[in-house]
Design a protein around this ligand. Structure first.
Ligand SMILES: [Zn+2]
Length: 71
């Protein structure tokens, strides 16, 4: 099943807060908020368990600049 990753970031260009979900994995997924593209780059192991690490790319709905974030 697809996992949705919640993203809350600030646009690099205009400072607008962008919220949305990015999809990780295959399967059914319903997006919320601003659509994000997610690129997995690794995993973080902690006492709380495993978490996927990666980059998200989205287009700011306010100024249309393409932003990239590490999450
Ligand atoms: Zn912006």
């Amino acid at each position: 099943m697809a996992e949705s990753i919640r993203v809350k970031v600030k646009c690099h260009a205009c400072g607008n807060e962008i919220r949305g979900t990015a999809k990780y994995g295959s399967g059914h997924y319903v997006a919320e908020g601003v659509p994000f593209e997610f690129i997995a780059t690794g995993k973080i192991e902690s006492d709380k368990g495993r978490r996927v690490k990666g980059e998200v790319v989205c287009i700011c709905p306010s100024c249309t600049v393409k932003n990239k974030f590490q999450i």
